[in-house]
Design a protein around this ligand. Sequence first.
Ligand code: NI
Length: 173
Amino acid sequence: MSVKTIVKMGNAQLATPSLPVEDPTKPRREIGQLIEDLLDSMNDNGGVGIAAPQIGHNLRVIVFGFEVNARYPDKDSVPFTVLINPTFKTLSQEMVDGWEGCLSVPGLRGLVPRYQHIEYSGYDLKGQLITRVVDGFHARVLQHEYDHLDGILYPERITDMKCFGFEDELLRR
Ligand code: NI
């Protein structure tokens, strides 16, 4: 296990759709290794989530979760979760705006609309299917990480580019 370099916006891998993991019910050892690297890299950078393309693997694997997080100090905790081949569906058309950052877009924040109520599924490290109904920030984190697997970064989802900028400047508003 090790902390990997997180690639930044502009890197071609971040813009490339990722491939599903073959037989997620029996994850191979390399997938276990990848998940450890994702967790180490997320924790080392103080992130609330990370997706495999951010450390250079175009595979559909994400991890997320935190108890308390300095990057999002006012947010309720999200359980630590590993998802292989995640999917989600919206449970209502309601969308909410919220500020997001990304370890691949360091120093910046943007206001991004996301679905408020979703149900997501995916396989954990043991190959077991997880399904959860979530809302709010938990739903936001899932949608952000899921986008990475389709080669989408949050700045592409910002509707008002005046609500995109450097964290230290935005804090002075
Ligand atoms: Ni991100």
